[in-house]
Design a protein around this ligand. Sequence first.
Ligand code: SAM
Length: 280
Amino acid sequence: MLSYRHSFHAGNHADVLKHTVQSLIIESLKEKEKPFLYLDTHSGAGRYQLSGEHAERTGEYLEGIGRLWQQDNLPEELAPYLEAVHAFNRTGTLRYYPGSPLIARHLLRDYDKLHLTELHSSDYPLLRSEFQKDERAKVLKADGYQQLKSQLPPLSRRGLILIDPPYEMKTDYQDVVKGIQEGYKRFATGTYALWYPVVIRQQIKRMTRDLEATGIRRILQIELAVRPDSDQRGMTASGMIVINPPWKLEQQMNNVLPWLHKTLVPTGNGHTLVKWIVPE
Ligand code: SAM
């Protein structure tokens, strides 16, 4: 049974990092006029009400998107992400947070395609209704990992694959690596963006070692920590592992991460990191 609901966490510091990276990759893919596929293996509900019971209960968004919302002089790297968030909050008050499928929907062009999967019996219908009128999108109640076999390579031979499991089950740390291997066998030129939480540092070290052992090259790691690593419960940091990142992404993240860290973590705790796990 799936118990994770993203509505408790939407717009937190981990979403800010994830959706910044997602938006920058999409914008890079748009530099060519050729269409591409956006494949979101673990899509969530799509739209989250920040004044809703779930978001209010944790208040996580207040230390995430809430810290960016009223800022002036934002780094240009945040523009596509924040434009997407603004599109769902036209009155200027931050009420809704768009999840990864809605950020993609906002940024993609008429001729790009979305393939979205979500398994939760409450979140899937919400996601499906968001996309009812969008002819570019296919929304399925299906296992995200399976899509890495069945949907790749895309007809367009260009694509971003976002893999964002809840890590509710310890097996997710191995399943993401197996899933990426399966996808890569079929579509080695795609860009794969994997989100991870740092709860127990050893799990992430093992996961990155497993990724290295696949033989896949061009693997970039991006991380933002709000606290030092700890043995206590709870997420201290989150990161994105990007395979075949657009050439600008490393520089863009080096530019924007110090600002994001300073803004999201005024105490200065934690760290940021941009590093090649495997270079060219
Ligand atoms: N990507 C979303 C975003 O950024 O807005 C958030 C996704 S949330 C972290 C993870 C989602 O994966 C949950 O909604 C959960 O129900 C769903 N899920 C869990 N296991 C799954 C699976 N095997 N296939 C597809 N979805 C799954």
